[in-house]
Design a protein. Structure first.
Length: 493
């Protein structure tokens, strides 16, 4: 593999500007790495022609002195983002062959900043999953291995996480509905940030749960996350939930100085049966932040225990509404009909063939909780719990807490196939992350160490709304103190 692919965004940006190599050469190195990584099944749609044209345009901008920070940087694009003229299927058979005539706002912003798309990335179908095993393309394999076991890269942004961890691209887009950026980032030893709800436009991103979905970057380190997040953010009049507030220079916020900051440690995140390794990781991270000058305080988020049940009512309810548009009439897959079949049979057969088992399960749950007689009992009650969860965070931040430190996941990456047969066990992977989405807050996962099997573990920092710069700086201080530099062995090439 080319040494160029070992670089961070920041290193490649500086090297491109100095003329150490061209954007075309960097794109070629990335595309070669993508080809070599086929055993991981991270990339599902080839965009090499687009990449080379974008790289040539990036070189022209660099030569002209008009080079934004992402100019010439090879990235992967999660299959949930609509990309003009390129298959955008959300890893679902029901969108087979769908090529949009428009570009998502986030991908357009990245292209406007000179980013080079080297391919579309695998994911859980419609972003529903925590292991990347619900994809119509087949599962992604984590670049990290133990005893030749194939491990999950996490989900739903498993392809994005695996691609970055395997050095096939320098960064990737992800989306996070209940932890789908932060959990796979933790499982693969990379950094992933979910910004405040409304910070990145959702326009052109295939919807799962509209009040929870949020795009974010998946990168090799915190500085890269700051650089890429700035390029992705900004007000979009096409998205009614997009916030019309300025986008700061997130990289400039990375001073590493957190003296006087107050970090909260929530007692409710100490779950019964939590692994000793996770407990120690959390304690070590707390001590590092204290050594860096932060004040550590114990806090309470009393409604945390209701977060998972509330999430798994609200998210399927919104999904059942969003996925009703996939009917075989206008785009995507349409089932073959028999003589005498009408519109109802077409809907039923198309959805039965096109939606996978997990999507069908969530649509059925969502339809049930929205139905007459159950709407108040389940959906409205879950909405009220969500308001209480948000109030918990508001109350804590009102006391002067600047950020909250928690584990990112309850374990390291697990073996493929181990949990997919038990939906409840799979849903528990989101136990530390769903509260952030329910409250609309920014959260970031940073690699913090290895477990006894040699697999990466992550720590999560949760910040105040719209304070991603401050959150990134705290994460930068934690990252610096940890000094995590472990990499997976290059077994797939």
């Amino acid at each position: 593999m080319s040494d160029k692919m070992n670089m961070t965004i920041a290193q490649a940006r500086d090297a491109l500007r100095k003329g150490d190599f061209s954007a075309v050469e960097l794109a070629e190195a990335s595309l070669a790495a993508v080809t070599a990584s086929k055993p991981l099944n991270a990339f599902v749609h080839d965009t090499s022609d687009i990449a080379m044209n974008q790289a040539k345009a990036a070189d022209a901008r660099i030569k002209a002195g008009d080079a934004p920070d992402m100019c010439g940087i090879p990235i992967g694009m999660k299959d949930l983002f609509c990309t003009k003229g390129v298959n955008s299927q959300a890893a679902s058979a029901i969108l087979d062959g769908f090529k949009p005539e428009y570009e998502s706002t986030v991908s357009q912003k990245l292209f406007d900043n000179g980013a080079v798309m080297v391919g579309k990335l695998n994911m859980d179908e419609f972003a529903m999953g925590s292991s990347n095993e619900t994809s119509t393309y087949g599962n992604v394999i984590n670049p990290w291995k133990v005893d030749d076991q194939d491990l999950t890269p996490g989900g739903s942004s498993g392809g994005s996480a695996a691609a970055v961890a395997a050095n096939t691209c320098l960064a990737a887009t992800g989306t996070d509905t209940g932890g789908s950026i932060r959990q796979p980032a933790a499982f693969t030893g990379i950094t992933g940030i979910k910004p405040t709800y409304g910070r990145c436009s959702r326009w052109g991103i295939v919807a799962f749960a509209s009040s929870l979905d949020q795009a974010g970057p998946m990168t090799k380190d915190v500085r890269d996350a700051a650089i890429m997040l700035e390029a992705m953010c900004g007000y979009d009049p096409k998205d009614s939930t997009s916030a019309d507030i300025p986008v700061p220079n997130f990289e400039a916020a990375l001073t590493g100085d957190i003296k006087g900051k107050t970090i909260g440690i929530p007692k409710e995140y100490r779950m019964d049966g939590m692994a000793d390794e996770i407990e120690k990781l959390w304690a070590d991270g707390t001590a590092m932040l204290k050594d860096a000058g932060a004040k550590i305080v114990d806090i309470s988020l009393p409604h945390t225990k209701y977060a998972l049940p509330a999430y798994y009512v609200i998210a399927p309810a919104e999904a059942s509404s969003n996925l009703a548009r996939y009917d075989g009439v206008r785009f995507g897959h349409r089932a073959k009909l028999e003589a005498g079949d009408g519109i109802t049979e077409m809907y039923e057969k198309t959805r039965a063939e096109g939606f996978g088992a997990e999507v069908q399960r969530r649509v059925m749950v969502g339809t049930y909780v929205l139905s007459a007689g159950f709407y108040d009992a389940y959906y409205n009650r879950a909405r009220r719990v969500r308001a209480l969860i948000k109030k918990d965070f508001d109350d804590v931040f009102a006391t002067g807490v600047d950020a909250i430190l928690t584990p990112a996941t309850p374990s390291s990456a697990f073996e493929l196939g181990k949990e997919v047969a038990d939906p409840v066990e799979m849903y528990l992977n989101d136990v530390f992350t769903v509260t952030v989405n329910l409250a609309g807050l920014p959260g970031i996962s940073v690699p913090a160490g290895l477990d006894s099997k040699g697999l990466p573990l992550g720590l999560q920092l949760i910040g105040k709304p719209w304070e991603e710069g401050d959150l990134l700086n705290t994460a930068f201080a934690l990252e610096t103190a940890i000094g995590f530099d472990a990499k997976p062995t290059h077994w797939w090439a």
